[in-house]
Design a protein around this ligand. Structure first.
Ligand code: FES
Ligand SMILES: [Fe+2]
Length: 333
């Protein structure tokens, strides 16, 4: 090899700050812990005996063991939780969700920081809403600058809406590229084979939120039906998509960065109950299958494309400039 080989970063964008879904609530039972790998970092999530979800940096400040991997009877799952604290598998030190060491089982004299009840391991801001566990990520450690939103469809005790049907994709791209799909109306024709381009009825960018309303025409056995797709972003990581017209569906389309060019797309569908039951089959399933198929189609483009800061656009293209300007508020170079 000669020394002239030049490497170009495929997507030269930093990780955005915001709220990001790391787990569904149902994935973390009381007393359970789990390792997490997001934001190019190792973390641990645990649920205390009083039921609160907590997230800490993964590595024990004593000797660096990962708090998310249990040993002996807990090998293969997380380490144990006692009361409000997680127990390090290596020497049994315990930490609460505020990052303080609450117990060292064998020490006669506590290290000064522990005795003073100082934070010894970094706690993450956590919110549990919409049956999801969210954490706040900011590359410079700034505290939350906005809050996530809860929606009635995703409330656990909502009688009118069915159970979550969830899908996760591991996508080899920066999450901005995935978000940008929402304003790219033309790609529907080519990547997804739709008959026409959806009409953008509304598109609003307000602070950390974005709202879009699309009108669609969907062919059905009973003829063409007018439908609407609404989407609302809360920062770069959280999106609510609402489909109305055929089978009322809420899609929580959440994106969480593993690293700069690797994203988890966590999609959760909740559909309005019919005769008291979660819809099964029919148009409800067809909506879900259609979104899933679109993800498989989009990911081929995302996996191989490059990010251009100044793409060569034409007047029929979607509002990429507006989208990128809005998104740039979450990027710190
Ligand atoms: S490394 Fe965690 S208790 Fe020793
Ligand atoms: Fe798409």
């Amino acid at each position: 090899m000669t020394a002239s080989h030049e490497t170009i970063e495929r997507i030269p964008l930093p990780l955005p700050f915001g709220w990001f879904q790391v787990l569904y609530s149902s994935e973390l039972a009381i007393g359970e812990s789990k390792p997490l790998n997001y934001f190019d970092q190792e973390l641990v999530a645990f649920r205390t005996e009083s039921g609160v979800a907590k997230v800490l940096d993964a590595f024990c400040p004593h000797m660096g063991a990962h708090l998310g991997y249990g040993i002996r009877d807990q090998a293969g799952s997380g380490s144990s939780v006692v009361g409000e604290s997680i127990v390090c598998p290596f020497h049994g030190w315990q930490y609460n969700g505020e990052g303080r060491c609450t117990h060292i089982p064998y020490a006669k004299n506590l290290p000064p920081k522990v005795a003073r009840e100082e934070e010894v391991i970094r706690p993450w801001h956590v919110r549990e809403v919409n049956q999801c566990i969210l954490v706040w990520y900011h590359p410079e450690g700034v505290d939350p600058l906005f809050e996530p939103e809860s929606v009635k469809e995703a409330a656990l005790d909502n009688e009118e809406w069915g159970e979550i049907k969830s899908f996760t994709w591991d996508i080899e791209t920066h999450m901005q590229e995935i978000g940008e799909n929402a304003v790219d109306t033309v790609h529907f024709l080519f990547v997804h084979g739709t008959n026409d381009i959806p009409d953008v009825v509304k598109l609003e960018f307000t602070g950390h939120t974005r709202y879009g309303l699309l009108k669609t025409r969907q062919p059905t056995p009973k003829g063409e039906i007018e439908g609407a797709i609404e989407n609302r972003n809360i920062g770069p990581g959280l999106t609510f998509v609402r489909f109305t017209g055929l089978c009322d569906t809420l899609l929580m389309a959440n994106l969480t960065p593993v690293s700069r060019e690797h994203t988890h797309a966590k999609y959760a569908f909740i559909q309005k109950k019919v005769n008291g039951k979660t819809p099964a089959g029919g148009i409800g399933d067809a909506i879900i299958a259609n979104v899933c198929q679109q993800m498989e189609e989009d990911r081929i483009i995302w996996r191989h494309k490059r990010y251009f800061e100044k793409p060569l656009l034409c007047d029929g293209d979607g509002p990429f400039g507006k989208f990128r300007k809005w998104y740039s508020q979450f990027l710190i170079e």
